[in-house]
Design a protein around this ligand. Sequence first.
Ligand SMILES: Cc1ncc(COP(=O)(O)O)c(C=O)c1O
Length: 462
Amino acid sequence: MLFLKKHLMNEVKILLPESEIPTHWYNIQADMPNKPLPPLHPGTKQPVGPQDLAPLFPMELIKQEVSQEPFIEIPDEVRDIYRQWRPSPLFRARRLEKALDTPAKIYYKYEGVSPSGSHKTNTAVAQAYYNKQEGVKKITTETGAGQWGTALSIACQMFGIECDVYMVRISFNQKPYRKALMNAFGATVYSSPTNRTQAGRNILASDPDTAGSLGIAISEAIEMAVQDEHTKYALGSVLNHVLTHQTIIGQECLKQMEMAGDFPDIIIAPLGGGSNFAGISFPFVADKINGADIDIIPVEPSSCPTMTRAPFGYDHGDTAQMTPLLAMHSLGHNFVPAPIHAGGLRYHGVAPLISHVIRQKLATPRSIDQLECYAAAVQWARTEGFIPAPETSHAIAAAIQEAKKAKEEGKEKVILFNWSGHGLLDLIGYDKYFNGQLTNYSLPQEEIDAATEIMKKYPKPA
Ligand SMILES: Cc1ncc(COP(=O)(O)O)c(C=O)c1O
């Protein structure tokens, strides 16, 4: 295309027309030299089959979960809804570059433009669509910070499906406006753990003051879904099909970087379960597999160091052990992370596909403390002018680290990172930061050892 060939000189925003919304999602499984280990049935310890997952997900999504095709066509109805916010802009952070006096070029993919304010809407719309195709009436889900719950609420609304959201208690209390937003989009929101489920009642009986966790909220949402044939469950991260849907981000970036006349040396994204990291990086991981020299850096909080300190093994995706056993880096399914404000990064596991990418040395994870992330977010707000979500601030902090390193080394590095969502409903965290009420939480090794002990009883991955 002619416009793609044009190299831009001083632009801040690199924009694609609607006609350039990708027509397919990219499935990295097709290009992986070694295949990831399959999920196991918790009873038989054999690989799960499509019928095991059928009570939870529509069959089209199950097919995508195991697909080995490199590209999966995006249905017209989904692309049509994507047009509400896609293609999202790629920005050049010229004002931050100037403030840092760095020779590095910093690009960020701005996913805050979606109706829910983050990348999560990219998969929410796709998942709601396939559920609608199968006649599903209600979808249950969990949410941490509220971004995923918000995304699924609006997606369900667009397809006329009811939506019940189990929101981790700490976030439910910290972020009351998220609940109002989900209600505005037509969803019902519960503070998890609840008394509505056996999983919730068990946790409340043993720890009435629990902060809650994504693992617990997932158990509750699954329990409610399996009880009713017209209800299914949706997950906002971790699973292969969710990661695949997010690759629309990286595919747009490939075109936008070409328009800018640059190619990234470094790609960065925050990582909770792994979906936005996969979204921006997987289309470039394909290049890396073929020899491109790119540093790919997923960033997690030091208080929930799943990728950087947790063992790789089989573990459940939820606390009540209802999900299959997944081969992943995990802090143990009972692990309840410290109540940091990046609620979406408080997950005990990492997507199996990303655990695999890390083990293949295609990505190099990093952990950063909460206070450094807030300092980076504030520097960002005062230069670039947008308020990042606390999750997003992890990528900003890493981008700043890399830009400073480029300055020390006198190298003109090209940094691309995913600006996964805005923080306009997370201002309470900023308020606490300014009042000196936030701390770093470092996790003692004994706590990791104790939390991961439970994984020793599961099959050992080869
Ligand atoms: C804004 C934002 N960024 C990042 C994440 C991390 O999730 P994932 O790793 O699935 O992208 C979340 C999760 O809620 C989020 O809300």
